[in-house]
Ligand binder design. Structure first.
Ligand SMILES: Nc1ncnc2c1ncn2[C@@H]1O[C@H](COP(=O)(O)OP(=O)(O)OP(=O)(O)O)[C@@H](O)[C@H]1O
Ligand SMILES: [Mg+2]
Length: 293
């Protein structure tokens, strides 16, 4: 059963955090108990979920370097069924501090054992580097999800990422898999975007999600309102693409699909429904009244 997914690409600004925040929200809204772990000292997934970074006394830094119980670090988000392990700048020292830790590549994996059973899905937002924090994320994951920006240099640096993936798979986590490749920030008017899509599909074949996320100003606005784009502007084209991507994800990895796969290598069963991204009255109530964070 694949449950823990890392959004990983050492390249900065390719859509790791945006994808992690929106997919985690959609999966939670589809009824799955979900945990989002912010493993980047920028704390963008934390603020993107509306959680104030500065006020946090415990974050993913404590998860890696202290013995504080994981439950004490988890915070609720305004989205039902979606919990968060937040991050802030404290985490920036973790790469160095982990160097001297015992079984330093397995620290996160070990900590997640404490709570893994409580969640249907765990999504990790990795930092834009391939240091020890990222190695910990990959060692703790069942699969990595690779966001690629539709631009000229999309595939540059990918060799390095895949090399790291292979090293982790060979030496630390043999079950690790590439769970999917997501094309982001597409501008369908340009030939370049079409070329990148073709090149990425040729390389990763069926690993590439059919849904491609278009470039959209609304998507970049959403974090400043502390809301995932699928809740901030559900009618936006990019939000709708994330909804389709969420459906694809659950078709691949929803519990029913995984159960079917483990019995016979049959086509994946229909997933649980992914709710339309539009917030219901009930959700609005949660946002307005039940500010749980
Ligand atoms: N489809 C999109 N259209 C327009 N802007 C987007 C889109 N996706 C993400 N962005 C914006 O691009 C910037 C980078 O996205 P994001 O933070 O998700 O990337 P990242 O890979 O997590 O970056 P980092 O490596 O710094 O952690 C952000 O300002 C985000 O709001
Ligand atoms: Mg990020």
């Amino acid at each position: 059963m694949r449950k823990v997914f890392s959004f990983c690409n050492q390249k900065g600004g390719v859509g790791k955090t945006t994808s992690a925040v929106n997919l985690a929200t959609l999966v939670a809204k589809a009824g799955y108990k979900t945990l989002l772990i912010d493993m980047d000292s920028q704390g963008n997934a934390t603020s993107g979920m509306g959680v104030e970074k500065a006020s946090l006394s415990s974050t993913s830094y404590q998860l890696l370097v202290d013995n504080l119980g994981v439950q004490e670090i988890i915070v609720k988000t305004p989205v039902k069924k979606l919990d968060l392990i937040p991050a802030n700048t404290d985490l920036s020292g973790a790469d160095l501090e982990l160097v001297s830790a015992e079984r330093r590549e397995f620290v996160l994996a070990k900590r997640l054992e404490e709570i893994e059973r409580e969640y249907d899905f765990i999504f990790i937002d990795c930092p834009p580097s391939l240091g020890l924090v990222t190695i910990n994320c990959l060692t703790a994951s069942d699969a990595l999800l690779i966001p690629l920006q539709c631009e000229y240099y999309a595939l540059e640096g990918l060799g390095q990422l895949l090399h790291t993936y292979q090293l982790v798979k060979d030496n630390l986590n043999p079950d690790l898999d590439v769970g999917g490749v997501l094309l982001t920030m597409a501008d369908f008017r340009t030939n370049l975007t079409q070329q990148v899509i073709e090149e990425v599909r040729n390389y990763f074949k069926e690993k590439v999600f059919d849904s491609i996320i278009p470039r959209s100003v609304k998507l970049s606005e959403a974090p400043s309102f502390g809301k995932p784009a699928v809740l901030y502007d559900p009618q936006n084209r990019a939000s709708k693409s994330y909804v389709l991507m969420g459906k694809e994800f659950l078709k691949r990895y929803g519990p029913k699909a995984q159960a079917a796969e483990s019995v016979v290598q049959a086509p994946a069963a229909e997933p649980e429904k992914v709710e339309a991204a539009a917030p219901t009255t009930q959700d609005k109530t949660v946002h307005q009244e039940e500010k749980r964070v």
